[in-house]
Design a protein around this ligand. Sequence first.
Ligand code: SF4
Length: 237
Amino acid sequence: MDASELEKLTLGQDMDARSATEIVGWAWETFKDDLVFSCSFSAGDMVLLDMLARIDAKPKIIFVDSCRLIPETYEFIDVVMDRYRIKPVFYFPDTKKLAAYLSENAPNAFRHDRELRLACCEIRRHEPLRRANAGHKAWMAGLRRSQCETRRAVTKVSMDPVHEGIAKICPIADWSWEQVFTYAKEHSVPVQPLYERGYMSIGCAPCTRASSSGDERAGRWWWESSSEREDGVHFIF
Ligand code: SF4
């Protein structure tokens, strides 16, 4: 997939003006088996999972397990697999790279060194995602502009600026936090119980905490400034 192919597929259409359900339907109809849904089981991803289920769309659902996730996430995945009858494909960090990183650095060394933090995210999250997306034309994620400063320019359909040769689909790019939870409530979509305990974004255990700030991702890598709070999966630094 390249930019000109994507341009042909979206020719004459204002993709950003289309609703989330329209984008989900378009992505499935357009890419079928070439579509990957990277599901982190966040509330936004649960909305997308529900929309896909309602049109009986069956893209490859992948889950990147960094091996440092909060235990409640695994409990919640059990609930979701049962409810939606899905079998996500799990991707794990490369053991050799991880062993080398851990042998060289302390397990939580990333708390004191941003380069080590990005290196940990690269090994545990970014590289497994690249492997999962390889050979596909498009991947879908629940990114929203309102989540934080670094996501303000997210569009619904674009070529991925980080992963070469693949389109990135973000159907709920223009949704607010309230819209996500209203949809979940109205459609009886399960959401991670940690949201009720003040978490606004849920990632790895040592890098996530509850937060009451307006920035939804303030509880992720909270020791870094808001403009640095990404992991390289979605943006290049
Ligand atoms: Fe490592 Fe933290 Fe990134 Fe998870 S979020 S991959 S533990 S630095």
